[in-house]
Design a protein around this ligand. Sequence first.
Ligand code: ASP
Length: 325
Amino acid sequence: MPVKSRRDFIKISGVGSIFFMGLPKIFSGKNPADASGPIVISTWSHGIPANTAAWEILSKGGRALDAVEAGVRIPEADPKITSVGYGGLPDRDGKVTLDACIMDENSGCGSVAFLEHIMHPISVARLVMEKTPHVMIVGEGALKFALDNGFKKENLLTAESEAAWKEWLKTAQYKPVVNWENHDTIGMIAIDQQGNLSGACTTSGMAYKLHGRVGDSPIIGAGLFVDNEIGAATSTGVGEEVIRICGSHLVVELMRQGKSPEDACRIAVERIVKNQPKKSKEIQVGFLALNKHGEFGSYCLQKGFNYAVRSALHKDVLMDAKSYY
Ligand code: ASP
């Protein structure tokens, strides 16, 4: 599978919370901008180059919204990343269909789902947020909206992804693989120098899904949620399970009740286990959260989910999430 080796990056195991225990003064305080400065975190190892693009903006005092959009555009345009944008593995019919959403510090949100032929669905989602009275547009309508607004129609199916699909067709078994081998959304959340939060989430969804299937990633409250008073959360993994518990919204609400980012993610994961004790052993779901104080944490079902962190203190750090199993 042409996914970048996770070993290419600095790796620190299970340190999200340890970091905070060791350095509480750095990560807590009334004003996050004073306490820790900007920070961006994102799912999986493709978060490292994405964070670099976001950090370019954050480190110069730019807005978190601009940072998360610029950040996730990196994997969207990378043909080697087979789970986001260009080069994404197609659905069962050989079509690459994309889901994305974005949310800003004012609870503004925009989303596109089941969108074909557009390299940067996140930028279309931003346009939905900023230029329409709507939150979400899908399919043909979303494509028309994108083309009407100057986006280019492109073929997103690379020769490699087409070959992988043709190989899959030989048995055509639909069995979600536990970790990144066939799902690997990028969810990115950030705080800027002003202390404002934003988030973005973009994916080509589960490989070989039914044509028309939409996962959690473009659903505000499931794949992404931002509340500028409290924090932000995003998710990756089997989207159906995240939608069932309104996962990212749940994580933010748990932080509102005083839970740490990691505890909030853990409780959301435990809810999936409680709802689906048997199935939860065979699938992956991971949550990633950042609170208003710049504290972050993560939790997942199965070992293997990691996330990338960039701040003044963390340069291209890849952390392993704690797991339920
Ligand atoms: N959450 C995505 C979906 O269900 C998949 C992933 O994270 O890779 O579409």
